[in-house]
Design a protein. Structure first.
Length: 253
């Protein structure tokens, strides 16, 4: 092997291990394959985002439906967060920073939250109305709990033996001696609650679907805004100074 292959001898008499490509009396040249290049970050593709927005909104709706079941809370949170974070992240990459971006982020987050909460109320009321039992009782005591927020708990009293819950979360307007109707599921699928008018869950279901439609509409509208703004920026850059049609080029003619 030649001296080029072995490199320059070291001061202590030991041969230096060759690393990469050496030049005599010059710096070490690394082989081309060892140079790491980083690709520029890709922006969100508007067409792909537009196609996936309904699927992300459906994840939020499904997570809200599962949210009424205490044993499905973890999957419910996962679905809602997956759909909501994807929607907000994609919309944030489509729009430039500023007031418009913040406005659309707020609207999307509000629509996603409303969809999840209303879907949970609808599924909770549906289970209690189709599977639940209803018992009339009286409020025996109201306890006020203080924390980050003030909450109230009503302790109930029934006539005769029953498996109805002994206490429920209630509101500030509930008073001792009030007659209430309590609904609970014997199978324990959902938490007990005060019985509502028959068919009330349909009202929440309609509101949940309206919020879902609004969420999809806002998402698609954000895509359109992003495409229009990008096209406007490209057009202004093409006719700006320093280009073939700009004022500087006109002065050089």
């Amino acid at each position: 092997m030649t001296e080029r292959d072995h490199g320059e001898p070291a001061a202590d008499g030991l041969g230096a291990a060759p690393v990469g490509l050496h030049r005599r009396n010059g710096p070490v040249l690394r082989p081309p394959h060892s140079i790491r290049t980083r690709k520029p970050r890709r922006t969100a593709a508007p067409r792909r985002v537009a196609l996936l927005i309904p699927a992300a909104a459906l994840l939020v709706l499904a997570g809200g439906v599962l949210g009424s079941f205490s044993w499905m809370l973890v999957p419910s949170y996962v679905l809602c967060l997956a759909g909501g974070i994807w929607l907000l992240g994609a919309a944030n990459r489509l729009l430039p920073g500023g007031g418009l971006n913040q406005l659309m982020m707020t609207l999307l987050a509000g629509a996603a939250l409303a969809t999840a909460v209303l879907a949970a109320d609808a599924s909770h009321g549906f289970v209690l109305e189709t599977r639940g039992e209803v018992r009339s009782g009286r409020v025996a005591r109201v306890v006020e709990h203080h924390g980050k927020t003030t909450s109230y708990e009503c302790f109930l009293r029934y006539r005769g033996a029953t498996k109805a819950p002994g206490s429920l979360n209630c509101g500030e307007s509930d008073r001792v001696g009030d007659t209430v109707h309590v609904a609970w599921d014997p199978g324990g699928l959902v938490e007990p609650d005060f019985a509502e008018a028959k068919g009330t869950y349909r009202f929440f279901a309609v509101l949940a679907m309206m919020s879902e439609i609004a969420l999809v509409f806002l998402g698609e509208f954000t895509v359109v805004l992003g495409v229009v703004i990008r096209a406007a920026h490209r057009g202004s850059a093409a006719h700006g100074p320093g280009t073939a049609d700009g004022p500087e080029s006109a002065g050089d003619r």
